[in-house]
Structure formats: C-alpha cells, structure tokens
Design a binder for this molecule. Structure first.
Ligand SMILES: [Zn+2]
Ligand SMILES: [Zn+2]
Length: 242
C-alpha cells in the first residue's frame, strides 16, 4: 500500500507524465483525446432496463419482483455495458489514475440522465457520489465516483453534496465475493450518514453516482443509509453495468 509522501510523489509523477505525454484514447489508443467520440458513441447503450434482471422498461425502475423491499431506491440507470472501450476507460481512471477520463465518462452519465429523466425538476435534485472507505480513498488518492459526480454536476447544474454519505466499513470488492448472499452480507452496515451533513434531506430526489454497478447491491445499501437519515427518493446512476 502506498501511503503518505510516497503516494504524493506517485500522484505528482502521474500528473507530470500527463503533461509530457500526449493524450491517447483509453479505448482505441488514438492520440489527441482521452476518450474519443467514436469510443464514446460505441460505449453508450440507449434505453433502460431493470438493473437486477435486465428486463427492458425505458425508465430504469426495478420490476415488481426485483424491487428492493421497502427501499427508497426507485430506479437505477447505467450508460453502457462494462466491456471493451468503456471497461478500459473506467479501469484507467481508477487504476492508472487518469483523472481526465472523469469528464468524458460523466458525459455518458449526463446523456443517459437526459434520455430517461426529461421531466425531472433539476432544482429538486442533489447529487451524492458513492463513497470509498477513507483508507481506500487515501490509498488511491481520490474517489472516482466523486470525480464523476463533480463533472456530472458541472454538466447538469445539479448541486453536488460531498461528505454526507460515508463508507464506514472496509469491504471486499463486490466482484471478489462470488456467493450472492455473501455479497449482501459484505455490504451490511457499510454506509452511514454524517450527522452534521444532513442538508440532502431538503432535496426531493437524490442522484447516487457510481462508476460500475454489477448487482446493484452497493447502490441499494448506500441508498438505505440515506433513507434512514430522511431521504425520500433516490435514483442510482452508474457509468457501466456488468
Ligand atoms: Zn477511441
Ligand atoms: Zn427486474
């Protein structure tokens, strides 16, 4: 694990390299852009599906059988499948610390949001990123969901709230937990709300942002913590699913 000054030097190095080296597309390695128009277009999938069973519905809401019992999480949208260029872009943002990828990836979030939620009143909404545990965030140097949420906020003019939702338990990456029940257990009690940051309850709709959603378990647990603290309606929005 890189900590303290070692991490700072690593981050500085990454920044210097970004300045020296020409940009290249995370998807097709074409030079000049961090994620080219073509790869963006190929990554985007029109329409919406139930996140759990995949049934097409054009609203992103959960179908009757899949709806998390009594949850304030009403729907979950994702912009593209976690594969090919999109997977490469998400991985390079997270693991190669190519923070400039947050901007094109947030464009995908914004496009999906506009495609499905034409009617929503922006002033009623607030954006909250899915948090990382502070140790993980320190290790990586940033929270990719927060970078995405920040760019999405700039594009949409919807207020960004950080520091409201916290991850208080270190968990295994969901992909490392094979068993479905263990996945749910893994995240139990993982999220909490900061008691001095309850301003989100003034907003009718919370848009919860994450980079990748596989089973929806992270969104469901994060939404549960917000709901316990008074959030009325929560919608999930992820860059990729799979
Ligand atoms: Zn490309
Ligand atoms: Zn379903």
């Amino acid at each position: 694990m890189k900590t303290g000054w070692k991490n700072n030097i690593h981050m500085l190095g990454a920044r210097v390299l970004n300045l020296i080296l020409p940009r290249y597309c995370a998807g097709c390695r074409k030079s000049g852009e961090s994620f080219c128009e073509n790869c963006l277009a190929l990554s985007y999938k029109y329409g919406a599906n139930c996140l759990i069973c995949g049934q097409r519905n054009n609203s992103g809401s959960f179908c009757k059988n899949c709806r998390p019992q009594g949850s304030a999480l009403k729907s979950a949208l994702w912009a593209g499948r976690y594969g090919g260029a999109l997977r490469e872009a998400v991985r390079q943002l997270k693991y190669k610390k190519r923070k400039e990828l947050a901007e094109p990836l947030a464009n995908l979030l914004y496009k999906k949001f506009n495609e499905i939620y034409l009617e929503i009143k922006l002033e009623d909404c607030a954006i909250i990123p899915v948090p990382l545990h502070f140790k993980k965030e320190h290790e990586r140097g940033f929270n990719q969901a927060e970078l995405l949420a920040r760019e999405f906020s700039k594009l949409s003019d919807i207020q960004l709230l950080t520091g409201s939702l916290l991850k208080i338990k270190e968990t295994l990456a969901q992909v490392e937990v094979k068993d479905k029940e263990k996945r749910i257990k893994n995240l139990e009690g993982a999220f909490s709300v900061a008691e001095n940051a309850l301003s989100f309850t003034k907003h009718k709709t919370i848009i919860l942002i994450d980079d990748v959603s596989t089973t929806g378990a992270t969104l469901i647990h994060a939404a549960h913590a917000l709901e316990k603290a008074g959030a009325e309606k929560i919608i999930g929005l992820a860059v990729a699913h799979g």
